[in-house]
Design a protein around this ligand. Structure first.
Ligand code: ZN
Length: 184
């Protein structure tokens, strides 16, 4: 593995009104890029798990799932499957107290701008009681996952328009954790 990958910075995103924040650790960014590289020119995706800060304004992503094997993938479309996700979610919940936070997917060699379909899917998830996630996050990886990539973040509150989040300058993970969570 390229040594540069080991130093992947964490990403932090925030809405303009600071109502929503999302933190993605470097290890998860690395994993997302790896999964996207393995997907070639096809879209791919999965779900995100993690937790919220005590003040509930910040979602901390802890892990990204593999694409479920029953997903339907195309060069510019992706329908996430469900196979294996329930077991994975239950395991993450039981061992680490992590729960569903939202979705991730890949726009190969394209802008990480959510399509109308992407936002509708998230809107449906926000309104579906089974997900217990009225404000799901959407992370989209765009560009070249082995080179010039970009990751966008949106929050889609139930019954409201998607809120785009801006990426903040890189910050050491320890600083962020201390600031948002106290001792971790
Ligand atoms: Zn998309």
């Amino acid at each position: 593995m390229c040594p540069l990958w080991k130093r992947m910075p964490a990403l932090e995103f925030r809405s303009a009104d600071a109502r929503f924040r999302v933190y993605v650790p470097g290890a998860t960014v690395r994993r997302l890029l790896h999964l996207c590289r393995s997907s070639g020119t096809m879209e791919t995706g999965g779900i995100l798990v993690g937790g919220y800060s005590a003040t509930l304004d910040c979602a901390r992503v802890r892990a990204a799932s593999d694409p479920p094997t029953d997903s339907v993938r195309g060069p510019s479309s992706f329908q996430r499957g469900t196979r294996g996700l329930q077991v994975w979610l239950e395991r993450r919940w039981a061992s680490r107290g992590e729960h569903y936070l939202g979705e991730w997917h890949f726009h190969p060699y394209a802008a990480p701008v959510p399509s109308g379909t992407d936002l509708q899917q998230l809107g449906r998830i926000a309104r579906t009681a089974d997900y217990r996630c009225p404000e799901p996050i959407l992370l989209i990886v765009g560009g070249d996952p082995a080179g010039a990539w970009l990751i966008s973040a949106h929050v889609v509150p139930s019954g409201q328009a998607a809120v785009p989040l801006q990426r903040l300058p890189d910050l050491a993970e320890s600083d962020f954790v201390r600031r948002s969570y106290g001792s971790d």
